[in-house]
Design a protein around this ligand. Sequence first.
Ligand code: ATP
Ligand code: MG
Length: 432
Amino acid sequence: MKLFPFLGKKKYPLTVPQNQHSMTRRDIEHSVLDILGRLRRSGFQAHLVGGCVRDILLGKKPKDFDIVTNARPQQIKRLFRRCFLIGRRFRLAHVYISHDRFVEVATFRAAVDPEQVPPEGARFAANNVYGTIDEDALRRDFTVNGLYYNSADGSIIDYGGGLEDLRKKTLRSIGDPAQRFREDPVRIIRAARFCAQLGFSLSKRDHRAAIECAPLITQANAHRMLEELYKILRCGASAGTFVNLKKFGILKNWLPEIDPDRAPDLLARLAVVDRMRSEGKEIPVAVLLSALLYDLFDEAMGAKRGFQESFTMLHQRFTELVMRLRIPRKEWDSISNLVARQSSLERIPDPRKGKGFEKRFIRNAHFWNTLMFFEVRADAAGSHEAELKYWKERAARAREQEGGRPREEAGRPRKPRRRHRPQGSKPANQQN
Ligand code: ATP
Ligand code: MG
């Protein structure tokens, strides 16, 4: 990252011309440049904002690109052939750049006072919802997420000292942190993740506010929290995020069952997951959640554990937790299966007993998730090396014999069907 010599005479908003920062058009995907260009040629402003600007300035590859504009949703829709509007009150445009990827194009938001937001279902005027870029900036969470790249001239507009905070590796709320965290306590979880992901420290004032506001997390929407949990487990820095969540007082209010200081292998398992993610590996949700929750399951299953016994016990003991976290039934079924099957991988089957069990075990729908999670555990604990090698060889052989993947393999990403219209965001199976 370049240093920013002009920061001496801070005056916000600060516009930093193209030749004084390191982000260029080459950092931006062609299809994104096309969208920005079309918006501009139609007379609208078109900026990039958020994680993409932040990550490019830090020299990292951005995960996706978010566009903001003064065009209203219907105007955006008219400009692009493959464009769908989502959301009720605040409408967002998803502009498809391939059959399963889209770029989010949002109209600048107005700086609405949360107290004045009309109740759900009430009529509202568009002027209350959509605003100017200046208002939009005030709604953003952290200064480093409030940097705008103006596609018209390549300048960067910094509303709250984001450039200086990037240089200092500090995460800081825009405005009064206690007020921002009270408005939306999920921002504390985002802070924990960004600090771990970017190697940043939370500002002292934000840190105090986070601890003060952490109990409010119990009031946050449970579905949104589950999405945040998925983001954490996929972000490549989940171990560091959980350490931060404990430090900020969030863990005891969100997942009191989990304590990195009491679960010896938890952080090691998360570190293995993080390494796999940084190598670009897709990990099924069931494996990610098992990596997080395994200590609870392991303790409950005890030493002597057959599959059926363990499976039943997991359902008896943890259904309440699973419902509280809003883990979907399908994932819970997958988790309980792969966890209850772990003990079968912990030993090499006796060859005198025939290959019947082994064949059935490998052909089972849950085998691949079971093996992937066994690998996470074995790597984390530095144990079961021989067993892991054995099962991986058997699995590879079975794959060859079947001429590809075993018939009943489950939970692995499949090739999308060509004409399928995706439901999810960005790359369909990789939301944030
Ligand atoms: P990531 O790399 O995780 O995608 P991101 O900063 O792009 O990081 P997103 O969740 O994609 O995060 O959100 C995009 C932008 O929207 C953020 O950079 C921030 O400006 C704004 N934003 C998202 N969530 C919030 C929130 N809860 N409060 C305020 N602003 C938010
Ligand atoms: Mg993003």
